[in-house]
Design a protein around this ligand. Structure first.
Ligand code: FAD
Length: 404
């Protein structure tokens, strides 16, 4: 079969689904190529994949009518954040709170399944989106159109391909775009816990020098979600030791406020290898990359997904500004999108990469510098506010109205 549309979005993760919804809401005919089946509900489990979504992500998902479709009883607002260095004697503490940031919440912790179920149901009711459960196997780009061939020989002809197919993006490979790549030689170990003492909506983070970074994010009720970005040898120990040992390690963290922890089912952590990936350009002829296909960042700041949602808002805005005569693969619009995203993505990657380097060594002078530095920032309200607006996002929703 031969399909035609304005835009073909390749990738069935949250960023692919949200891209399809946003572009369709802007009046374009979209085909979403998503090989994964719709997300099954697992009401008895707390998902091991959770995201801290910021104000910008909240605004985008609200304008797509996805935020209110999520189960609110499974979303935890983050009211405060406590960051601990690795030398309490030198200060080594930094705190943020929603009141200081003049927002209702710094962020919200959302489970992957809650987010994807809401996206799936929005897609079922959306006009202008056709979802095909298949993968792309070939891509041919002409002067005035792009054609994707699927595994079964069907073709989709469109003006623009949106590559939302994740860190190992097939689309990025087809675009022949060079990437900057670096492995952090770390894995993020994730697990969920019941805690003895309420977390009061506080996300806690510990920088542990050569043992990596521990984050405990609030979940609804007395539950927290762990992301431990650990060097490979430690990650494999954490993955293979009994749940009680991991709970004990967490219990020994400096200033641990949550009392005893007990691991929640499935009582087996998962690990994700950590790397930095940056496509040297997020656009090519009739191709735009969004989400992890365009950039992968260290999860210490919880920003990969947030950057992806900001990509979507920027892409829709760039297409909205194009000339009436131009189609949506127009090179000038894509150039505008690339310029718009360059600064934020680069800043986030430099910041997380720099912090990773600063905090992963046990050298005494560096240790001194980072702990004193944290306490100094903690005492400078102006600098803290600037940091917060970068870290927690500014409310940026989709431009209103249909595209030309
Ligand atoms: C431990 C950890 C914690 C994190 N915490 C946070 C956080 O708190 N906040 C935050 O903002 N971010 C966080 N992130 C980052 C976030 O998980 C990613 O940025 C986000 O999931 C990327 O979404 P995506 O849709 O771009 O890619 P993916 O989720 O990887 O989706 C890609 C999709 O493309 C599909 N696909 C692949 N190849 C093809 C093909 N050829 N054809 C069609 N489809 C294809 C795949 O099946 C998949 O469905 C974290 C990451 C990690 C590892």
């Amino acid at each position: 079969m031969k399909f035609t549309c304005d835009i073909c979005v390749i990738g069935g993760g949250a960023i692919g689904k949200a891209s399809a919804l946003a572009l369709a809401q802007a009046g374009l005919e979209v085909t979403l190529l998503a090989p994964d089946a719709a997300t099954p509900a697992q009401p008895d489990h707390w998902d091991l994949r959770v995201y801290a979504l910021n104000q910008s992500a909240h605004a985008l998902l609200s304008s797509l009518k996805v935020w209110d479709a999520m189960d609110p009883s499974r979303i935890a607002p983050v009211d405060a954040m406590a960051i601990h260095g690795d030398d309490a004697g030198l200060g080594g503490h930094l705190g943020f709170d929603a009141y200081g940031a003049r927002v209702g919440a710094l962020a919200w912790i959302v489970e992957d399944q809650n987010l994807n179920q809401a996206l799936d149901s929005a897609l079922r009711f959306a006009t202008g989106v056709k979802r095909i459960a298949s993968t792309a196997s070939q891509l041919h780009i002409d002067v005035d159109q792009a054609t994707v061939t699927l595994g079964n020989g069907d073709t989709i002809t469109c003006s623009l391909i949106v590559g939302a197919d994740g860190a190992n993006s097939w689309v990025r490979g087809q675009a022949d775009t060079n990437i900057d790549y670096r492995s952090y030689d770390q894995s993020a170990v994730v697990a969920n816990f019941e805690c003895e003492v309420p977390h009061h909506g506080t996300a806690s983070q510990w920088f542990l020098g050569s043992e990596g970074i521990v984050a405990l994010l609030p979940l609804p009720g007395n539950r927290v979600s762990l992301v431990w970005s650990a060097p490979e040898h430690l990650a494999s120990q954490l993955m293979n030791e009994p749940a009680e040992s991991l709970c004990q390690r967490l219990g020994h963290l400096n200033g641990m406020p949550l009392g005893q922890l007990a691991m929640l089912p499935p009582a087996k952590p998962r690990a994700f290898p950590l790397r930095l990936i940056r496509a040297q350009s997020p656009v090519a002829n009739r191709i735009a990359l969004v989400g992890d296909a365009a950039h992968v960042v260290h999860p210490m700041a919880g920003h990969g997904m947030n950057l992806g949602f900001a990509d979507i808002a920027a892409l829709v805005a760039a297409l909205k500004r194009r000339d009436h005569a131009a189609d949506c693969g127009d090179a000038r619009s894509l150039g505008r999108y690339a310029r718009q995203r360059k600064e934020e993505v680069l800043l986030m990657q430099l910041a997380t990469d720099g912090l990773h380097r600063l905090f992963s060594t046990d050298l005494t002078p560096v240790r001194h510098l980072r702990n004193v530095g944290m306490s100094l920032v903690d005492k400078l309200p102006f600098l803290k506010r600037r940091l917060m607006s970068h870290a927690f996002g500014r409310a940026a929703s989709l431009p209103t109205g249909e595209l030309p």
